[in-house]
Design a protein around this ligand. Structure first.
Ligand SMILES: CC(C)(COP(=O)(O)OP(=O)(O)OC[C@H]1O[C@@H](n2cnc3c(N)ncnc32)[C@H](O)[C@@H]1OP(=O)(O)O)[C@@H](O)C(=O)NCCC(=O)NCCS
Length: 247
């Protein structure tokens, strides 16, 4: 069976991506424009390029404390090369870290009403992806910045307004002002830009990769190999310790 692709083709010794000669893109298209072209098969408009650029900037870094960063650094510290450390960092992402963009974009792009979306999450005692944060308890400043940019760039506001409507409904139904976080904001903006929900996790990876690589490189440059937890950070909760003479 043939492997079919509409992404690119080699013709007469040249690579064409989405019908455009790769060498014609070099130095002319920005990285963000090329990413848009690869994923959607068309060049973005000027405001779309600026918006997508802002999305990736908003995701680029969030501290050594987050699982993908410290896991990547641990794996780098035990003598692995950068590709293994990057892969480990990416695998540390999940539904509660970075992965929520996918879930949020999925319900934003669904036909379900804000009331239905919130009711189902509360009934199942599930955390609604795209809401809540370990640090930002009332407002995620990145959400505000992204939505301000979207307004300034005159982007459509359909999914952004839907995300805010879900935020209001979550507050009404749970009595708790759980804020729309960066994952929820990125989910709304990527939906406005025409990207499907399955690209949620890849979007987080695309944006966070430079930050992750910076952590890995810093680990190699500045730290001694072999990271270990401090014993003060570990609590033993097992059986009482006793001498045992095994016969
Ligand atoms: C990020 C997250 C793990 C933070 O959890 P946390 O620190 O326990 O959050 P809080 O302590 O502020 O939660 C306060 C209350 O709001 C609830 N809550 C938090 N996030 C919620 C959400 N997304 N949907 C519904 N309820 C939520 C908690 O269950 C808690 O309720 P309780 O007091 O009855 O137990 C959590 O909000 C979450 O799972 N969010 C969804 C995943 C997500 O978007 N992740 C990306 C983060 S950038």
């Amino acid at each position: 069976m043939k492997w079919r692709t509409a992404i690119s083709v080699q013709k007469d010794g040249e690579l064409y991506m989405r019908g455009v000669r790769l060498v014609d893109l070099i130095g002319k298209a920005s990285f963000v424009e090329a990413i848009f072209l690869a994923l959607q098969g068309r060049f973005p408009k000027k405001n779309e390029t600026k918006m997508l650029d802002a999305v990736f900037v908003s995701l680029i870094e969030h501290g050594i404390e987050v699982p993908s960063a410290f896991v990547a650094r641990s794996v780098a510290s035990t003598g692995n090369s950068a590709n293994a450390a990057i892969a480990a960092g990416v695998l540390a992402m999940g539904d509660f870290h970075g992965g929520a963009i996918e879930g949020a974009a999925r319900y934003l792009q669904s036909k379900e009403t804000p009331r239905g979306i919130v009711a189902q999450a509360l009934k199942n005692k599930e955390h609604l992806p795209g809401f809540g944060h370990k640090v930002y308890k009332t407002e995620d400043p990145r959400t505000h910045a992204l939505f301000e940019k979207a307004r300034e760039l005159k982007l459509p506001q359909t999914y952004i307004m839907r995300a805010r409507a879900i935020e209001r409904e979550l507050k009404r139904a749970s009595g708790n002002g759980i804020p729309l976080n960066i994952d929820g904001a990125v989910a709304a903006v990527m939906s406005e830009l025409g990207f499907g929900w399955r690209l949620g996790k890849p979007f987080f990876i695309l944006g966070r990769l430079p930050g992750l690589i910076a952590h890995i490189e810093e680990e190699y440059q500045n730290e001694k190999p072999y990271r270990r937890l401090d014993s003060e950070d570990v609590e033993y909760v097992g059986l009482p310790i006793k001498k045992h003479n095994h016969k």
